[in-house]
Design a protein around this ligand. Structure first.
Ligand SMILES: Nc1nc2c(c(=O)[nH]1)N[C@H]1C(S)=C(S)[C@@H](COP(=O)(O)OP(=O)(O)OC[C@H]3O[C@@H](n4cnc5c(=O)[nH]c(N)nc54)[C@H](O)[C@@H]3O)O[C@H]1N2
Ligand SMILES: Nc1nc2c(c(=O)[nH]1)N[C@H]1C(S)=C(S)[C@@H](COP(=O)(O)OP(=O)(O)OC[C@H]3O[C@@H](n4cnc5c(=O)[nH]c(N)nc54)[C@H](O)[C@@H]3O)O[C@H]1N2
Ligand code: SF4
Ligand SMILES: [Mo]
Length: 750
């Protein structure tokens, strides 16, 4: 598959290219100007009907990633603690041989794979990754899903019959939006593709609607809200149960037309009867009347939508939280209706290509946590490698992930990876995780390949479609993610002759189609086949708007009886565990511990964009937010270094005293901690910060879904008496100085 010819894009002196930014879920349209073959500016594409010119600071860093001299461009093989460049053929051989030999000697149960977040932002990896998994047949599959949105998939699977039937808040038409555990103004929205979300939320308010935020931190989103309520981390399931309880108790339930195809409505008042607001308020750090008022306002608004994201997913009751968010929308009739939670009608329907999901068909071997969709919880990954038994994981493949920084108790995983017999990584950086690989296979970066968003068009608040061509011709000796997946799967394939023949045929077909061929086929099978085909899609260089979301139930439901299951049995059973939380002593923090939560930052993208100077320069942003009362009590001064300890580890971070955080809670950003030996990211290593996941506990999970409980980690904090660091941290959080959309041009951020 070596490339045979090269075209130098931008051969003309000046050239303008339009595409979608694929760094986060907002998929903003961008305009890239090239001069003499080099990027001279990146701006928002004002003609993109969806993003309307909005971008954030990260888009400009696409140039830095493209030009980054630390980016791995040739395959690497580890020799001791060093890496050497090798040719592709040799690299594929070595990678395949290493993984095969583990499988041959110890069986498929000794192989694991971890798929990181950028896989879902890369259509080649999305569409071709499954072939690779099929050929590798690892006994243990993990992904970033179980440190993120697994509870959403579990509730969609149990309630609507398909893991991808994720309801999206109809932000542009709602009259009342309740945001719990999400900070879209900084994250730019998640499981809710909504570019320029700040403006959309302001528009909601301008048309007389209300925005309510429930969060242990007064976030950037909370600051623009009509009301912000603090909540003790990890207790949201109690709040949601109390809200639904009130809706029934005060006879505010109005499921309307949904009742005709909803099972379990009658069951709910009974199973939730013990969760009266007055009973749970203490545990939440809220007031019972306040909870009742919120339930009333929600249920009586002309239209309303509850939206819960990361903050309520990554906690011990993540599964219950996401179920109850759906329940709240459904029982008030705010589901599959304008202004409520709705489903998309995407031009390429990923649901048709991916299975409905599965749950608890098998369990992890050490801790016995349930599988979902064939995957095991990432929080079990290290223990499955360190287990003192025959079936332990000895070989790993990681694709576009950095679990050493992104999964709980990262230090333990770090040690476990170092002890593997074989590790192969498909990634273009030598980072905290891939430094352990024996072979690194580097794919092309975003601007060197084409893209169609098969995932985030499915989750968008309008039906949209946009194709992005490659801007730069990849070098002769490079491979795309999908090409790496194909070639590696070819070399890994084993089994009886018939299976190998079948696999060869499938691979040959996929190879000749390429992602573009698959796109053409999918469009033909899609709901807009009459109006949107490949030529019209590619001709629309600013993207296509296919209209607002429309009611589509019960037809789109994937349950066997095409009915919503409002009271899935695993959820009902888990309520008993939640009830135990209301018992005295369960939620008091009497030990002097504080509860640690995470935050996202406008200039970070999980762990992997800290090698862009323009994004990390300036004050140290990896600070521990703490309330003035707690700082006083613990004798902590502004900017002073503090020692943080949890059950599993300790770390040091500078203090940032602020009233934006709730008393009793502290907050660190995630994705930092680049000071480990062997990391080959020069800029990131100079701005290392500290990893929050050195403190998060792998034992702390939502046992229902298996999702990691990264929130509400008990920690102690004390002053570290040491000389002040050279780069003294600032006194305000970075977002205070954050620019608004459209202000980021290349010239400014240089
Ligand atoms: N700039 C930037 N954008 C990103 C990313 C990034 O790293 N940087 N990452 C992308 C990814 S992978 C994702 S998944 C999305 C996530 O997008 P969001 O879900 O919006 O993620 P966060 O900004 O982490 O917001 C989670 C919020 O939950 C709050 N929280 C923590 N614990 C609790 C709790 O117990 N209860 C409640 N109610 N709230 C709690 C936190 O204070 C925080 O404000 O963002 C995406 N966008
Ligand atoms: N405490 C705490 N932990 C968290 C979170 C939190 O809020 N708090 N957030 C969680 C969430 S929501 C997520 S999604 C995870 C993310 O966790 P991960 O997915 O494990 O980590 P990333 O930081 O996204 O690392 C992405 C890797 O992919 C590589 N990469 C980028 N683009 C491509 C590409 O096109 N192809 C290939 N092959 N590689 C590519 C990068 O070089 C980088 O090494 O972290 C989770 N961890
Ligand atoms: S919000 Fe920023 S990172 Fe996300 S798609 Fe838009 S420009 Fe890219
Ligand atoms: Mo994520």
């Amino acid at each position: 598959m070596a490339r045979t010819q090269s075209r130098t894009s931008g051969a003309e002196h000046a050239f303008t290219h339009y595409r979608a930014c694929n760094l986060c879920e907002a998929i903003c349209g961008i305009e890239i100007k090239l001069e003499d073959g080099r990027i001279s500016s990146i701006r928002g594409d004002k003609l993109d009907p969806f993003s309307r010119g909005h971008i954030c600071a990260k888009a400009v860093a696409l140039k830095d990633i493209h030009e980054d001299t630390d980016r791995v461009r040739k395959p690497l093989r580890r020799r001791g603690s060093e890496f050497e460049e090798i040719g592709w053929d040799e690299a594929f051989d070595e990678a395949a041989n290493r993984l095969r030999s583990v499988r041959d000697r110890h069986g498929a149960g000794s192989l694991g794979v971890y798929l990181g977040n950028p896989n879902v932002h890369n259509w080649g990896a999305m569409l071709y990754g499954p072939l690779l998994i099929k050929a590798l047949r690892p006994g243990n599959r993990f992904s970033a899903t179980s440190v993120d949105q697994l509870p959403h998939h579990l509730s969609a699977y149990l309630m609507f019959g398909h893991q991808l039937l994720l309801p999206v808040p109809d932000v542009d038409r709602t009259d009342f939006m309740l945001v719990i555990g999400a900070n879209p103004v900084v994250s730019n929205g998640s499981l809710m593709t909504a570019p320029d979300i700040r403006q959309r939320l302001k528009d909601l308010q301008a048309r007389g609607g209300r925005l309510i935020v429930v969060d242990p931190r007064r976030t950037e989103t909370a600051r623009i809200a009509d009301q912000h309520m603090f909540i003790r981390p990890g207790t949201d399931a109690l709040l949601l149960a109390a809200l639904v309880h009130t809706i029934f108790d005060e006879e505010l339930a109005r499921p309307d037309r949904l009742a005709a195809f909803t099972e379990g409505l009658d069951q709910l008042p009974g199973v939730l009867r013990r969760f009266a607001p007055e009973k749970v308020a203490g545990a939440l750090g809220m007031d019972g009347q306040q909870i009742r008022a919120l339930a009333r306002d929600f249920a009586t608004a002309r239209s309303a939508v509850a939206y819960g994201r990361m903050g309520v997913s990554v906690q011990e009751f993540g599964g219950l939280c996401q179920w109850l968010v759906n329940v709240m929308n459904i029982v008030t009739g705010n589901f599959d209706r304008l202004g409520g939670a709705m489903f998309t009608k995407p031009a390429v329907d990923l649901m048709k290509f991916q299975g409905r999901g599965s749950y608890d068909r098998f369990r992890s071997s050490v801790r016995g946590l349930p599988e979902f969709g064939g995957e095991l919880p990432a929080a079990t990954m290290a223990e499955e490698m360190l287990a003192d038994r025959g079936g332990r994981i000895r070989g790993m493949l990681t694709v576009a992930g950095n679990p050493v920084l992104s999964t709980p108790n990262g230090r333990q995983l770090d040690r476990a990876l170092a002890g593997l017999d074989s590790m192969v990584s498909i990634d273009f950086y030598v980072n905290e995780t891939t430094r352990h690989a024996h072979v690194i296979l580097p794919p092309t970066a975003a601007l060197e390949h084409d893209h169609y968003d098969v995932v985030f068009n499915l989750l968008a608040i309008r039906n949209v479609a946009r194709y992005s061509a490659a801007l730069f011709e990849p070098g002769l000796d490079t491979r795309h993610d999908w090409e790496i997946a194909l070639e590696l799967s070819r070399r890994l394939q084993d089994g009886p002759l018939w299976r190998r023949l079948k696999a060869t045929l499938a691979r040959w077909q996929m190879m000749s189609l390429g992602p573009t061929g698959l796109l053409k086929q999918a469009l033909k099978r899609g709901p807009y086949a009459q109006t949107v085909d490949y030529p019209s899609l590619t001709a629309a260089e600013h993207g296509l708007d296919l209209g607002p979301l429309e009611p589509c139930l019960p037809e789109r439901l994937a349950t066997r009886d095409q009915r919503i299951n409002l009271a899935p049995e695993p959820m009902i059973r888990d309520l008993a565990r939640l009830r135990s939380r209301m018992e005295p002593g369960q939620t008091d923090i009497s030990t002097g511990e504080l509860l640690l939560i995470s935050r996202r930052q406008p200039r970070s993208n999980n762990s992997w964009m800290h090698n862009c100077e323009r994004l990390v320069k300036g004050k140290n942003r990896c600070t521990l937010l703490i309330h003035p009362d707690d700082a006083d009590r613990l004798g902590l001064a502004q900017s002073q270094n503090a020692l943080l300890k949890s059950r599993v580890g300790e770390t040091v971070a500078p203090i940032e005293i602020t009233e934006e955080i709730m008393p009793g809670v502290v907050c660190l950003p995630h994705g930092w901690g680049h000071d480990r030996e062997g990391v080959q990211m020069k800029v990131a290593s100079q701005h290392p910060g500290t990893s929050i996941n050195d403190l998060t506990d792998h034992e702390s999970v939502d046992p229902l879904s298996g999702n990691a409980a990264l929130s509400a980690v008990p920690v102690t904090v004390r002053p570290l008496h040491e000389p002040r660091p050279k780069r003294a941290p600032g006194t305000t959080s970075e977002s205070f100085g954050a620019k608004t959309s459209r202000e980021h041009s290349l010239a400014e951020t240089r």
